[in-house]
Design a binder for this molecule. Sequence first.
Ligand code: FAD
Length: 429
Amino acid sequence: MNNKLTLDTKNIEMVVKKNLCTGCGTCAGICPKNAIQMIIDHRKGIYLPQIVQEECSNCGICYNICPGHEVNFKLINNEFFGQEPDDPLLGNYLNCYTGYATDYEIRYNSASGGLITALLIFALEEGIIDGALVTKMRDDHPLEPQPFIARTREEIISASGSKYCPVSANIALREILKNNGRYAIVGLPCHLHGIRKAELIMPKLKERIVLHVGILCAKTISFLGTQYQLRRMGIKKENLEKISYRGKGWPGNMTIVTKNNQRRITKLNDYYDDKFGSFIPHRCTLCMDKAAELADISFGDAWLPEIKRQDKVGTSIIISRNIKGADILQKMVGKKQIEIIKTNSAKVKESNDFSWKKTEIRARFSLTKLLGKEVPDYHQDLLPSLPNINAIVLHSQMFLTSRRYLWQLLEIYSKLLKYGSFIKSKLKL
Ligand SMILES: Cc1cc2nc3c(=O)[nH]c(=O)nc-3n(C[C@H](O)[C@H](O)[C@H](O)COP(=O)(O)OP(=O)(O)OC[C@H]3O[C@@H](n4cnc5c(N)ncnc54)[C@H](O)[C@@H]3O)c2cc1C
């Protein structure tokens, strides 16, 4: 295994060709010639980079910082945390908590406990940062996300809530590289992978990003997933004015406003089912980081039975990974911006299932290789797993979700799967 940083002169097209692009946008954000754009591939429902050949200087930076084909966890953990993690599921960490923002409006309108929004506002108002890389939905194209640098409380609030669609968040690194200042970034594990790789070779970026906020992520959903949901609701995308995937309490609701000002609200648990959840981009199935291991501090939903039973507003799970993350939490507690209770790693694992990304991934890697496709290099051994057929089930679901004309079969297939697992449980297989 190579744990040293080596630089290459290939470009990002190689990654796209091999189906390994995460769509994170790092290449577009850091390209010194501004020669890369993130474009939606409408057939696949994902973002892919496109090189403007006349502008490209073949410097190879885009390939070297790309997390799609390679993330050297060993090297990055040693560089930024001074060690490799003891816990292979959570990554390096200092402490775990559950908690929420004390501002009721922020907590109620955000994805879970409103902690990310509250933390960014706090960091901005205390002068810790000058801006934060966040993502809202576009006003002019409501189904497309818009990553941007928020510089006011209102802008941070406008981006709260989870976006269950592809997000090329790291295109906004362009602004961080252009303008002096200290920044926080908010991203999924794939965004963090790209940013940490870029920081390894771009000291300016490393100096300016003073806080890395990670979002726990089981998987993202392609744009086709939202289209499927709109179709289920009988809404034409041309009639859509606004969409919000989470918020208004916890677990929260999808809110859709149509052009004739009708408001349709669907509970998260009613739309985020096995069908919506199977609109996964291919590269997402090859990701082995759920806890956003390379962040300074990671946030997820506190899906714990004792909390779910009584909380209807929102509670998050928190993993603080270094002094920077721990420090800002303590300052926020001191100023009564958040309420947190210390918990342990076992509770984090109870709140979220780590098997899909950490053990079942082994079968998905094998299947992908068997189909003659490439897998990313993590410079890390995958955890052992028991043999199971989930990779094949997922693959067949993805065959249906990636073809609009087969969407009707998804319903039947899902019923068959439910029936199959019912029989399996009766036969105690
Ligand atoms: C695709 C996806 C999958 C997730 N999977 C899980 C999971 O399996 N388990 C779990 O516990 N939690 C998961 N989460 C995280 C959870 O939904 C909340 O985001 C998290 O608990 C933080 O809540 P909050 O109230 O503090 O965030 P908020 O205060 O609402 O702030 C959310 C912040 O995240 C940013 N953001 C939202 N969506 C995206 C996106 N797609 N890409 C980049 N930035 C974004 C926004 O800009 C905002 O700053 C997922 C989130 C997403 C977007």
